[in-house]
Design a protein. Sequence first.
Length: 487
Amino acid sequence: MRVQAWIGAGLVLGALALGGTMALAPLQQASMAQSQDLTEAPATRQVPQSEGQLKLSFAPVVATVAPSVVNVYATRIEQQATSPFASDPFFQRFFGGRQFQSRPRESRSLGSGVIVDASGVVLTNRHVIEGATDVRIALSDGREFAVDIVVEDGQTDLAVLRVRDPASVTFPAITFADSDGLLVGDLVLAIGNPFGVGQTVTSGIVSALARTGVESSDYEFFIQTDAAINPGNSGGALVDLDGKLVGINTAIYSQTGGSVGIGFAIPANMARLVADAGVAGGEIVRPWFGAKMQTVTADIAKSLGMPAPHGALITEVAPGGPAERAGFASGDVIVSVDGITVDDPSAFNFRLATKPIGTQTQLERLRGGNTQAIAFTVETAPAAGPDKIADISGNTRFAGTSVRQLDPALAEAKDLPYDAKGVLITAVEPGSPADQMGLRVDDIVLSLNDISMDTVQAFTSAVAQRVRTWQIILQRDGRVLRSIVSG
């Protein structure tokens, strides 16, 4: 059996029975740029040469790093039914649901975090604190502090916390390493709070680099390690022997939910971007390339005359987007970024995401059997202007919604065609008329009373009308839904 599990609260994400054996087929191979010939390892990396070297200790590294790793305690308020029959449709219908009111219940989860700024800024996994109403951290010396959540980034599964009242405390911040300098076989240490037993250190090696297919995040490019990590290690530190942070421990593959030597960490180069955003105030600004891509298969590589399948094949280009302006077109294959080979779209997305906005990067393109270096200026997606967004209030069934007009960048983010039309609902106020009507965040309103909702102006004009009924056509989770509600 293969079980993919978060290593914060130990939530199982999925399992596949395969005769009791581990199956890692979804894990794609490491980027070609990260594949290393062990016979050509740099001279600075040496195996032990004597018995004395075998007796060397990790203790100096641990003494340096351990104060920067904290325990994270998250409290959530959940609704618990007062009767085991509360979810039974028959009893709900028979009793009208009045006898089965739910009551709030407090639950707690634990994880780990890493201090990244001396002012009291902590980096952890988003799934450790998601939905929490109260979060606290405990330092290795036992001191506890209440923290505020300043960043929750679902695209990387990272979150940034800030100590609420740091007073005059100077916190021991860790130093980031360049995770691109890691090699398969490098020694690493994992530090966290597994199973709540307290701060624990384990050692291992880097088993693989640039792993994808691990979890459904937007930037899959994981470090794989055999250092023992378990539930509670989520958000903890993966460090090198210089005592620098090379990754944030995030997930494991396991048969039981415990460590079997296959753990995954988010590379420090990605984690640093989220940490910097938290230190600066909380806004994450990411590059936008403006093209959709797919993996180059063996058949595609053969048809393009490539010696081996690698790279990111462009399948669609956003009209007027950065990729189109730089001269890219459907059918091009991006094979490297700043001289580093990319193996698939995930590798390309990671490489581009770690580039600062406004800088220039060299992209190598394969077109018609020829390669060409393209100078590409890294830029962010255009912001929605005031005419593209609206908050709906007043005497209307749609009061309580915030909406935004679809554009190519937003369409790409929502996995829609670049020419998709409609108005996206970005927020629904709880208890509002729109909420009571059943509208949800990420619904795309296509039509109201047979009028196409191609612009925000069309939407605001339509919902201001006083009508007896609304004929609504919207798209939700890839399905088109039609409904009629009273006005």
